[in-house]
Design a protein around this ligand. Structure first.
Ligand code: GLV
Length: 338
């Protein structure tokens, strides 16, 4: 079988993939143009891609031999999953292996925002520091405050685990509504489920950890931001479009909320100039999972799933198991015809 990889893979993942398939790899960290992906996909059975690659029905129509897309990311808003399912294309992602790295960054941004670390760094570098001052760069304590976690999935829980160590009280929202999970979260993190509006009103700190879906696009809009406290620190390591970026910038400019840590942007890699001009934001270039260990684990999980699927086993990290039957039939037909 033939695979196209739109980026670099760790050595272990790359070796495993090359042992299993004929691999064509772009092997660069620069994003690929869609037309180049289309061209290189000719005759390929599988695509290993990154979150910047758009994958949709048009692509499946153009390359009908394509049977699987392994997205080396947990978020898969770059992929039209229902069109993939219709085409019998199996989609996998990389859940679980990046929870700790992402939660670490949440706290990095939370602390950087609450304690003004980036602002303080610039202040020292510019030579503006003239001596210890009582009122210099005053920030906020985490201990005893309330953290609102929007999206209490795997990453949200990793954030909650760290929050306990910082002495934060936890409130959260999540998608499902079974009482058992809420009871478990209460027991484990002393976390309380609340409505989104209540979370916005009560959170001294808010971390966005839900995936981007149709129903979560602009989940945090002008109205929700208006409910937030003037000292609220908002951190987003999920997807930019979960927050209405323009409404957020307005609030930051008018100091209606305290500060913000943003690892993701609505139209990334484009970052609005108005955001760049603010001193009450900490910005990062979508590096939530960017540790050596985590990136290697993501690559390995992506490759493992691909090998399993083409060996006849439904991978655990399949996003659309409903495509499995069609995928298996396509695979069988191809083997018979070969
Ligand atoms: C990163 O943003 C991911 O979805 O893995």
């Amino acid at each position: 079988m033939k695979v196209f990889v739109t980026g670099k893979l760790s050595q272990r993942a790359s070796d495993a993939l090359m042992n299993f398939a004929q691999v064509d790899a772009y092997e660069s960290d620069e994003p690929m143009e869609r037309k180049d992906v289309e061209a290189r996909l000719e005759g390929k059975d599988a695509l290993v891609c990154i979150l910047g690659d758009k994958v949709d029905g048009e692509l499946f129509q153009l390359r009908p031999q394509l049977k699987l897309v392994a997205n080396v990311a947990v978020g898969y808003d770059n992929i039209n999953v229902s069109e993939a399912t219709d085409a019998g294309v199996l989609i996998t992602n990389t859940p679980g292996v990046l929870d700790n790295a992402t939660a670490d960054l949440v706290f990095g941004m939370l602390l950087a925002s609450a304690r003004r670390i980036v602002e303080a760094d610039g202040f020292v570098r510019r030579g503006e520091w003239t001596g210890w001052k009582r009122e210099l760069m005053l920030g906020a304590d985490l201990n005893g405050k309330t953290l609102g976690i929007i999206g209490m999935g795997r990453i949200g829980k990793a954030v909650a685990k760290r929050a306990r160590a910082f002495g934060l009280n936890i409130i959260y929202t999540r998608k499902g509504d079974d009482k058992k999970t809420d009871d478990e979260l209460k027991k484990k993190f002393d976390a309380t489920r609340v409505s989104l509006n209540e979370l916005c009103r009560r959170g001294d700190f808010i971390s966005v950890n839900c995936p981007l879906r149709k129903e979560t696009r602009h989940l945090i809009g002008r109205e929700e931001i208006a409910l937030m406290q003037p000292h609220c620190v908002l951190v987003n390591t999920s997807r930019g479009a979960v927050i209405d970026e323009e409404a957020l910038i307005d609030a930051l400019e008018q100091r209606k909320i305290g500060s913000c840590g943003l690892d993701v942007f609505e139209h990334e890699p484009s970052v609005p100039k108005r955001l760049l001009a603010l001193d009450n934001v900490v910005l990062a270039p979508h590096i939530g999972s960017a540790t050596r260990e985590t990136r290697a684990a993501m690559d390995e999980l992506a490759v493992k799933g691909l090998i399993e699927a083409f060996s006849g086993k439904l991978p655990e990290n399949t996003v659309n198991p409903e495509a499995w039957q069609k995928f298996s039939a396509n695979l069988k037909n191809q083997t018979i015809n070969a």
